[in-house]
Design a protein around this ligand. Structure first.
Ligand SMILES: Nc1ncnc2c1ncn2[C@@H]1O[C@H](COP(=O)(O)OP(=O)(O)OP(=O)(O)O)[C@@H](O)[C@H]1O
Ligand SMILES: [Mg+2]
Length: 246
């Protein structure tokens, strides 16, 4: 019998800090190969910090991170990206003064090399027709939802093993959120595992079956996405209005 595939992402007892401020405390969870996991929690819970730590933008103070079974703890972000992790950060992550096509071309050249650009552009426009229609429009003048699609389309050149998407739905109307989630679903169907950061449990896309809930930098729930609703409701009851002190 063949060995089961290692998880796409394995976060093991990870802690992290911003200078003296400790932001993550012994965080552990996995994203199965090709699977989709939601990372939930209130403002300031540490979701973006997890996204930064796993993609190498913030060092761990302890613990280990494995991508497809390979230890990537302490590697610089560009090496983790090269090993197959894509991180779509909070905010829009696109260049406002460049056109859609210039944004894509730049990203595709960096990740795939010049020769892959034409094919990748074609695939991006097939996957996200609205970007094809607007290829000459400046990134900064796209709608919020279109900007999120553009930041997703940038990963298409070399499908990553894992995509970490940080609050792609933030500030979008329901119909735009739907489009962004459809984009995520396409990427997932092509074999990329997803870690989808969301604040609200009712925003978790259908493609996600597992959820991890963070509170004050610690995992308070990991399991079926449906059960996360209950866990978060309890968490809200416990949480005070002040910033945590530890
Ligand atoms: N660069 C930084 N320097 C110091 N503290 C930081 C920094 N970035 C984040 N923090 C703190 O770390 C904690 C976790 O922040 P993080 O951005 O991970 O939260 P989040 O769950 O993504 O919240 P949101 O839903 O608001 O995006 C917060 O208390 C925040 O103030
Ligand atoms: Mg955040």
């Amino acid at each position: 019998m063949s060995q089961p595939a290692p998880p796409a992402l394995d976060v093991e007892h990870v802690s992290a800090a911003y200078g003296p401020y400790r932001a993550l405390f012994d965080v552990s969870f996995t994203v199965p190969a090709g699977g989709a996991v939601a990372l939930l929690g209130a403002n300031g819970a540490g979701k973006s910090t997890v996204a930064r730590v796993v993609s190498g933008l913030l060092p761990t103070t302890s613990g280990a991170i494995r991508l497809d079974g390979r230890d990537v703890t302490g590697l610089p972000a560009y090496k983790i990206a090269r090993a197959g992790m894509a991180h779509v950060p909070e905010g829009r992550g696109i260049l406002a003064n460049l056109t859609v096509e210039e944004n894509l071309t730049l990203a595709f050249r960096q990740r795939g090399g010049r020769h892959r650009v034409p094919d990748a552009l074609e695939r991006a426009y097939r996957a996200f027709p609205v970007l094809g229609e607007r290829r000459r429009q400046r990134g900064g003048t796209l709608s919020g939802g279109q900007q999120r699609l553009l930041s997703l389309a940038k990963v298409i050149v070399v499908p990553p093993r894992l995509l970490v998407a940080d609050e792609l739905s933030l500030g979008l109307a329901p119909v735009a959120i739907e489009a962004v989630y459809e984009g995520l679903e396409q990427i997932n169907r092509a074999g990329t595992a997803l870690l989808v950061v969301e604040q609200h449990v009712n925003r978790v896309p259908e493609l996600v079956d597992q959820a991890v809930v963070l509170e004050h930098g610690s995992v308070v729930f990991a399991g079926a996405a449906g059960d996360a609703v209950r866990s978060m409701a309890q968490g809200l009851g416990r949480r005070g209005a002040s910033t945590p002190t530890r």
